[in-house]
Design a protein around this ligand. Structure first.
Ligand code: HEM
Length: 368
């Protein structure tokens, strides 16, 4: 469908979303790069943002700069090798328990625990109970489709509040080293109220956004590798592992697109965009654009260069890219190092969400 749109109507008015959908790589990059013309912050086009949503994700430069660089700097100071090693160990333990025991669900047994553990480790907090946290996170993830189904907005708001309470408790109590300890000084009582709000909300986005995209990416990656026989094993090669985890996100990444609003008239692909109109760069379509990626529909583990949009682009690109790459490497390495051989055990069930592409369940077995 996306390929057909890219061919026939690359700048397409989607009435359901009330937005221009972009399917060409070059158009998407242009929108994501030009934050002066295309706003993320709804307040720049006359909208409002509820306080709990004011974070690195909703602010645009220059207001965004301080909080974004605070988190980027704090992340760079973390021991990601340690995070990756502990993640690999966790997957190995899970595989030991699952091997030879018949079919299991990759999402519940591997993707969810691995993702919660990685983001909790990064932030330096006690991992919340997996099941409970997954339910709260799912409500938030589904509310990203609120533009298509307004009934999803309120449960998302409630879940966001629950998560905020959890994050507040971490700010008050967590004494472990990690990213949170680094950013906590910006929330000292003498810091200004807005900064404190941005930092806490951004910590929440890091935890929930990081968890949900990683869990979805892991499900998609395992599905891709199980349906491309031999490719798992090839990633024993360190170089292929490094390029391969990026290719997996290009090939079937979780985040399907994002929204920006034009602050002034402009033209994209010969189409006039009016001020106030929304544009939706579809990462999933851009990542399969043959003008940007030779053999775009093929999985090419050593693809290079590979400047895909699976982690976004420009001032709102993913802050957690290196963490996600470490988590994916840990997953693939643990599976490759294990004596049991992974195999598909039936069709997975795709989640019926638009913004995030994920599996609800993905059955697999480990043959001993
Ligand atoms: C494979 C896993 C991941 C994928 C595919 C992914 C993808 C993305 C994408 C596409 C965006 C940009 C969205 C937009 O422009 O609207 C984004 C933003 C973001 N990601 Fe990730 N992400 C992943 C993992 C993580 C992790 C593990 C963390 C944190 C620990 C994280 C933190 C963030 C944050 C804070 C933003 C907002 C940045 C901003 O708006 O300035 N992500 N991510």
């Amino acid at each position: 469908m996306l390929a057909e749109l890219r061919e026939c109507e690359p700048v397409f008015w989607h009435a359901g979303m009330g937005s221009w959908a972009l399917t060409r790589y070059a158009d998407s990059v242009r929108v994501l790069r030009d934050h002066e013309t295309f706003a993320r912050d709804p307040r720049r086009t006359g909208g409002t943002v509820p306080e709990p949503s004011l974070s690195v994700q909703t602010l645009d430069p220059p207001q965004q700069n301080a909080v974004r660089s605070l988190f980027m700097t704090a992340l760079r100071a973390q021991d990601l090798t340690g995070v990756e090693d502990r993640a690999r160990l966790l997957v190995r333990e899970r595989l030991d328990q699952l091997a030879g025991g018949g079919p299991f669900d990759v999402v519940a047994e591997i993707a969810v625990p691995l993702s919660v553990a990685v983001v909790a480790d990064l932030l330096g907090v006690e991992p919340p109970p997996y099941g409970e946290f997954a339910a709260v996170s799912d409500a938030i993830m589904r509310s990203m489709d609120g533009g298509l189904d307004p009934a999803l907005v309120e449960p998302g708001r409630v879940a966001r509040q629950q998560l905020s309470d959890l994050v507040d408790s971490w700010f008050a109590a967590s004494a472990r080293p990690g990213l949170l300890a680094r950013v906590r000084q910006a929330t000292a009582p003498d810091a200004d109220a807005l900064t404190r709000l941005y930092v806490k909300n951004t910590a929440r986005v890091m935890f929930q956004g990081g968890y949900s995209t990683m869990a979805a990416a892991i499900g998609n990656a395992v599905h891709t590798l199980l349906t491309h026989p031999g490719e798992f094993g090839r990633m024993r090669d360190r170089e292929l592992l490094a390029t391969g985890v990026d290719e997996l996100v290009r090939f079937d990444g979780p985040v399907q697109g994002t929204t920006r609003t034009a602050v002034r008239s402009c033209r994209i692909g010969g189409v006039d965009i009016a001020p106030g109109q929304k544009v939706v760069p579809l990462f999933a379509a851009a990542n399969r654009d043959p003008a940007a990626f030779p053999g775009a529909d093929e999985l090419v583990l050593d693809r290079s260069p590979n400047r895909h949009l699976g982690y976004g682009w420009g001032p709102h690109s993913c802050i957690g890219t290196t963490v996600a790459q470490a988590g994916l490497r840990a997953l693939v390495t643990a599976i490759n190092d294990h004596p049991a051989r992974p195999a598909a055990a039936g069709d997975g069930v795709r989640r019926r969400t638009a913004t995030m592409r994920a599996f609800d369940t993905l059955p697999a077995t480990l043959l001993v």
